[in-house]
Ligand binder design. Structure first.
Ligand SMILES: Cc1ncc(COP(=O)(O)O)c(C=O)c1O
Length: 405
């Protein structure tokens, strides 16, 4: 068979075909699940050659597995990177990357609004290993520049951020990073291709929690790291295989490969539904503010238009007004969520199902109230991962929920 030139085909064609090869022993189109921990060598000499990396081939599934290898190859093509390594979770991907690339005495600049698990790693895990972390509002490039020290090795952020949807200029940060010989690492979980391509905008490493849009069906926990071959080899050899020991199971890799075939269609529908919902919410009498990169009212809408390829993502948040029918915004948020039928009260994101959460009483309940409010997570803030149901039904669900306030 001839080879497909991925740069010449549409995204939807590429995600189906990239890395896919019929199984050589059976011709099976669907990638087999190589549910094995170890691989048998023909003889001792072959085993020795594999260990010495003089011969290509598998040894043990913590270091590499054929099903997972297909996922890695596909994700490298999708993000436009040289190589990829998969992990058992998004946190496995992030942790393995940072422990592989940083050592005691190094400094990392981290976006000031990041996922809770990453926040624990940055606030506790890394400092306890002697790695200094500065938290910076990366939407302000002057602040990023000002935070660089002689020991800085990495700039790390998420864009858009959770749950306030702040957006950082990836290309602007990449230019600063490279002027100072630093690596730029972007967590692209919230805006996967075909929305946003960090590596094409100059980032060195792109990370996903594939738990979210990449798998898309809410039935896997997983992660990937995409970047240059030498860096990915280091993260695989040290972080994933040895220090953290966090490869994915072959079955989870297979589920993600299956989910990926519809990535383009799913993502476009998530984005269309989110924009419709954002427009509805922006005009609702009980809503004080909507945070969605696709709205003209978003402070970085102009950057989003280019950086997010006009798609803007499936995540949004909105703030309820204080005093709706005499209720506090905190109370109103709880009542609204308890009166929904289609939107499920749950954390996580990127699933076919619409997921809704109230950060003040759930994900951020343990955060000091003043600190929570200072980063924009107010009592009446609601976060929605807009699903693939018909947008009209999602909007109707919220409309009837608002009637209970
Ligand atoms: C932006 C972001 N990065 C990383 C993670 C961690 O991923 P996982 O739950 O797969 O470990 C999450 C989880 O919600 C996330 O939202």
């Amino acid at each position: 068979m001839k080879k497909i030139n991925y740069s010449q085909v549409d995204f939807d064609t590429m995600v189906i075909h990239a890395s896919q090869k019929p199984d050589p022993s059976t011709g099976a189109l669907s990638t087999p699940i190589f549910q094995t921990s170890t691989f048998v060598f023909d003889n001792v000499e072959q085993g020795a050659a594999r260990f010495a990396k003089e011969e290509a081939g598998y040894v043990y599934s913590r270091g590499g597995n054929p099903t997972t290898a297909q996922l890695e190859e596909k994700m490298a093509v999708i993000e436009g990177g040289q190589a990829c390594v998969a992990a058992a979770s998004g946190m496995g991907a992030i942790g393995s990357t940072l422990v592989s690339l940083l050592k005691s005495g190094d400094h990392i600049i981290c976006g000031d609004t990041i996922y809770g698990g990453t926040s624990v790693l940055m606030h506790q895990g890394l400092p306890e290993m002697g790695i200094e972390v500065s938290f910076v509002d990366t939407t302000d490039l002057d602040k990023v520049r000002a935070a660089i020290k002689s020991t800085t090795k990495i700039i790390y952020f998420e864009t858009p951020t959770n749950p306030t949807m702040k957006v950082t200029d990836i290309k602007g940060c990449a230019d600063i990073a490279h002027e100072h010989n630093l690596l730029l690492v972007v967590d692209n979980t919230f805006a996967p291709p075909p929305i946003q391509y960090p590596l094409k905008l100059g980032a060195d490493i792109c990370i996903h929690s594939v738990t979210k849009y990449i798998n898309g069906h809410g039935d896997v926990i997983g992660g990937v790291v995409v970047g240059p071959q030498d860096i990915i080899d280091k993260i695989r050899g040290l972080g994933i295989t040895k220090v953290c020991g966090t490869p994915p199971s072959p079955f989870n890799s297979w589920l993600v490969l299956r989910g990926l075939k519809t990535l383009g269609m799913r993502v476009r529908t998530h984005c269309e539904n989110a924009l419709e919902l954002a427009n509805f919410l922006e005009n609702h009498e009980y809503v004080a503010k909507v945070f969605y990169p696709g709205l003209a009212s978003h402070p970085q809408h102009k950057i989003c238009k280019n950086q997010m390829n006009g798609l803007f993502g499936g995540m949004l948040s909105f703030e309820l007004k204080e005093g709706i029918n005499g209720k506090s915004a905190f109370e109103a948020g709880k009542i609204l969520l308890n009166n929904l039928a289609i939107c499920s009260i749950a954390v996580s994101l990127g699933d076919a199902d619409t997921l809704i959460e109230h950060p003040a009483s759930m994900t951020h309940a343990s955060v000091d109230t003043e600190e929570r409010i200072s980063v924009g997570i107010t009592d009446g803030l609601i976060r929605v991962s807009v699903g693939l149901e018909n947008a009209k039904d999602i909007i109707e669900d919220l409309k009837q929920g608002f009637k209970e306030l």
